[in-house]
Design a protein around this ligand. Structure first.
Ligand SMILES: CCCCCCC/C=C/C(=O)SCCNC(=O)CCNC(=O)[C@H](O)C(C)(C)COP(=O)(O)OP(=O)(O)OC[C@H]1O[C@@H](n2cnc3c(N)ncnc32)[C@H](O)[C@@H]1OP(=O)(O)O
Length: 288
């Protein structure tokens, strides 16, 4: 029996009710790289990134994340989103470095535009968003976390915008995202030095709001979400939009220029060389 036929079964419809069927339907139409569990009672969607081994963000994965965000934004029953990982050691390893190493220009361009879309979609989301950071979260992983309204992180992992350590530069909107969370001075220190911070260091500067043990991270995120959803949506959303729109508009105004800058920068010989060394070291470390 196909899923479509299954959803039409009167018994199932009677047992679960219309709302639950809709939630099931939207869950099953998601990609297997982004797992969505939308609870029709609370309106909270738990979104798990699921691209082994380390949830690195390639073009297709970014498109899946974007489609998921679009679906949830279009679903009136959805009010909150908890972003987490199916891998309990890595939340997200950041951008897939292979997208930037010896790239085809068309794909590189598409890749960057899709990342811009994910950023605008998550940073400006109408939903209350909580990152349940259950593993390491370098660079693009840290970006996703700083797009959220609240961050809960499992102890003994690392997080930060480490781009300069790879010989690349965190784009202005990565920096803006972090600055919105920890302020100018801490962002300056963290970004220039490409600091990967332990959970405790991140907590000290306010990059994460809570540090927890792995067993409780999702429950803590659910509990925190309850308090966010007590606020009337329109008041919370307008307040959020008032604070986030200036940064979104800044990227919107400079989108094409940002893409061009990225493509020119990444395709430089010196940057390709630095990325090549970095990948070699990553592979060596992984083999040990
Ligand atoms: C003007 C414009 C400027 C350009 C702006 C560009 C902005 C860039 C943003 C980024 O996000 S760059 C990516 C930065 N990410 C990293 O530096 C993370 C690197 N990875 C790690 O530190 C570790 O892998 C980890 C995340 C801490 C996990 O460690 P773990 O020990 O669990 O796994 P590994 O054995 O290290 O890795 C397994 C496997 O995955 C590969 N891999 C890891 N990270 C990436 C990645 N970001 N992209 C692609 N592949 C990655 C790693 O090489 C291993 O592969 P195999 O050897 O098994 O094939």
């Amino acid at each position: 029996m196909s899923l479509k036929q299954l959803f039409r079964q009167p018994m199932l419809r009677a047992m679960l009710g219309r709302q639950h069927i809709q939630a099931l339907r939207s869950m099953t139409t998601q990609s297997d790289k982004v797992l969505v569990d939308l609870d029709p009672k609370t309106g909270v969607a738990v979104v798990q990134m699921n691209r082994p081994p380390v949830n690195s963000l390639n073009l297709e994965f970014l498109s899946d994340i974007n489609n998921t965000l679009d679906k949830l934004h279009n679903d009136k029953s959805c009010r909150g989103l908890i972003l987490t990982s199916s891998n309990n050691k890595v939340f997200c390893a950041g951008l897939d470095i292979m997208e930037m190493y010896q790239p085809q220009t068309d794909r590189l361009t598409e890749f960057w535009k899709t990342l811009q879309n994910v950023w605008m979609n998550l940073y400006g989301s109408r939903l209350a968003t909580i990152a349940a950071i259950n593993g390491h979260s370098p660079a693009g992983g840290c970006l996703l976390a700083t797009c959220c309204d609240y961050r809960i992180m499992v102890q003994n992992f690392t997080i930060g915008l480490n781009e300069t350590q790879l010989g690349i530069i965190p784009p202005f909107w990565f920096v803006d995202s972090m600055e919105g969370v920890v302020g100018y001075r801490q962002t300056e220190l963290a970004c220039q030095k490409g600091l990967m911070m332990t959970t405790d260091q991140a907590s000290k500067i306010g990059l994460v709001d809570e540090v927890v043990t792995p067993e409780v991270v999702l429950q803590k995120a659910q509990n925190e979400m309850v308090s966010w959803l007590k606020i009337p949506d329109y008041a919370r959303q307008l307040t959020k939009s008032q604070m986030k729109m200036p940064n979104i508009n800044k990227l919107r105004a400079r989108r094409d220029e940002d893409v061009q800058h990225f493509v020119n920068f990444i395709t430089k010989d010196s940057v390709q060389q630095a990325l090549g060394f970095y990948i070699e070291n990553l592979k060596k470390k992984a083999k040990k």
